[in-house]
Design a protein around this ligand. Structure first.
Ligand code: NAD
Length: 489
């Protein structure tokens, strides 16, 4: 059933309830459970992306000025890679696994059987409007669920395209799409789902989790925050600065795992700034406004917020901006830490260090040492990603062992998101749960133990009253050591 068409206004409450009921009825029919159907759904999703590649490129260009190459790399290919990886491994993941049986329960057999959860709601943000809606969907479908998609209203061309395509590629009603903003999402959240995958801000993440609690619905929350960078790679400064600039200014800095702020020692600032400047020129030219590969800010509210950061800062690169085009040049600012105030967090001295930047402004903060940077990171919310650019193994170990974050990437930025074999997710305030590859399978399936205990011989009699001293001694011996055996399924 098509949820809506692009020329319709967003859905009203009864239609939202009907859409969720349709997804529920499809799941209850059992039709999405067979492995063959799951594989067919993944092929349908792949066909939807490949057959409409040009339309997807045009939609993300219209929404956030994302160029063709970036659209391919960060939206379409990343989703196709997730589909291929899942198709390659699905049969193995889906096979029941042998489970251990305690010695005290022998004879017996245990299996671990993965089953779908039911109807999964996927709520996406606007910054990677294809990838962040459809990559979770890969795992949701692979696990045999049905899905209701809620694309972002701030990427209207992509939202409309996906909502139009979904009923064509999923005529069986396994996937539905609902367009709209906060009001429609609130209506959706009143419905009962079996799992919710939310990608977006911590503020809305809290709303989602509160609503989910009403139905005891589990959630995967993919949130954001300030992802820090430690930079002390003197040996490979040019290469490191280029990787840092690419990670920061891709999608005009509107990436959840974009490097948010850089910490380094004062003596390194001039060389780092020179390295960033030449990298920016190399990638986006001396006037990035003219580059087809450089993005725009999603809306005026975010534009004004970002320009505000530039106003009281010491701008050392970029700083040019144009509201009519929502253009902000790749910009680097230097910020001094104020003794007695936290370096980052709501009480930081400079506004650019108080909240997630989510735009093309990169502050450099000088500190005395890597140990000081560890204290800064541990002084506030756990970040989604931490980047360490250093040639020192000791420094890499220091950050890995003394801080906590969704992921640590050494000598690069962003790239972990494209690694289908690694879990992607936050910790603490940057999110809960993870997905991609087998981690999606684990998040969107229930791993059910099935234990079979033959009635004969009736060994459970030993654990039932009346107890004798001899029986108890025997039972103690059997149960204390937790030994298990595995039998084939
Ligand atoms: P957002 O939280 O404003 O919106 C996300 C979704 O929630 C949208 O679909 C929107 O329609 C819906 N929504 C907005 N307000 C709502 C409300 N009051 N009630 C119910 N639903 C509501 O986030 P955004 O601006 O689209 O994205 C930016 C944020 O997302 C940043 O914080 C960024 O770090 C984070 N993010 C995280 C990841 C990740 O993978 N961890 C990826 C991208 C973005």
């Amino acid at each position: 059933m098509p949820a809506t068409t692009p020329d319709q206004t967003p859905q009203t409450a009864p239609r939202i309830a009907e859409t969720v009921a349709a997804a529920r009825s499809r799941f209850d029919s059992g039709a999405t459970r067979p492995l063959a159907t799951r594989v067919r759904h993944l092929h349908a999703l792949r066909a939807m992306l490949i057959e409409n590649e040009t339309a997807f490129e045009a939609a993300v260009w219209s929404d956030i000025h994302k160029g063709r190459a970036e659209a391919q790399l960060t939206e379409i290919n990343v989703t196709l890679a997730e589909i291929s990886h899942t198709l390659r491994h699905l049969r193995r993941w889906a096979r029941p696994k042998r489970g251990p049986v305690p010695v005290a329960l022998l004879p017996g057999r245990a299996r671990l059987v993965s089953e779908p959860l039911g109807v999964v709601l996927v709520i996406a943000p606007w910054n990677y409007p294809v990838q962040l809606l459809l990559t979770p969907l890969v795992g949701v479908l692979a696990a045999g669920n049905t899905a209701v998609l809620k694309p972002s209203e701030l990427a209207p061309a992509t939202s409309s395209l996906i909502t139009r395509l979904v009923p064509r590629y999923f005529p069986d009603g396994a996937v539905h799409a609902v367009e709209g903003g906060a009001a429609e999402t609130a209506e959706l959240l009143e419905q009962k789902f079996d799992h919710i995958v939310f990608t977006g801000s911590g503020a809305v993440g809290r709303i989602v989790m509160r609503a989910a609690a009403e139905h005891l619905t589990p959630v995967t929350l993919e949130l954001g925050g300030k992802s820090p960078v430690w930079f002390d790679d003197d040996a490979h400064l040019r290469e490191a600065a280029r990787r840092l600039a690419w990670a920061k200014f891709t999608n005009a800095g509107q990436t959840c795992v974009a490097p948010d702020y850089v910490m380094t020692t004062p003596d390194r600032v001039p060389a780092l700034v020179a390295g960033l400047k030449s990298a920016i020129e190399d990638m986006w030219g001396s006037d990035p406004r003219a580059s087809r590969d450089y993005g725009r800010i999603v809306n005026e509210r975010h534009f004004d917020r970002l320009v505000g950061f530039l106003e009281d800062a010491d701008v050392v690169i970029g700083g040019e901006h144009d509201r009519a085009e929502r253009y902000i040049a790749p910009s680097v600012v230097t910020v001094s830490a104020d003794a007695g105030r936290p370096v980052v967090g709501p009480d930081a001295a400079h506004p650019v260090l108080r909240e997630e930047i989510f735009g093309p402004v990169l502050p450099i903060v000088t500190l005395a040492s890597a140990e000081e940077a560890v204290k800064v990171i541990n002084g506030w919310d756990k970040p989604l990603a931490l980047y360490v650019f250093t040639s020192s193994a000791r420094t890499r170990r220091l950050f890995e062992q003394k801080t906590s974050s969704g992921a640590v990437v050494q000598n690069a930025g962003l790239v972990h998101v494209a690694s289908t074999g690694l879990p992607f997710g936050g910790v603490g305030a940057s999110g809960m749960g993870a997905y991609h590859g087998i981690y999606s399978w684990r998040s969107f399936s229930h791993l059910k133990p099935v234990l079979n205990k033959p009635l004969k011989p009736d060994t459970l009699r030993l654990a039932q009253p009346p107890f004798t001293d001899l029986g108890l001694r025997f039972l103690k011996g059997l149960t204390r050591h937790g030994g298990t055996v595995k039998r084939s399924v």
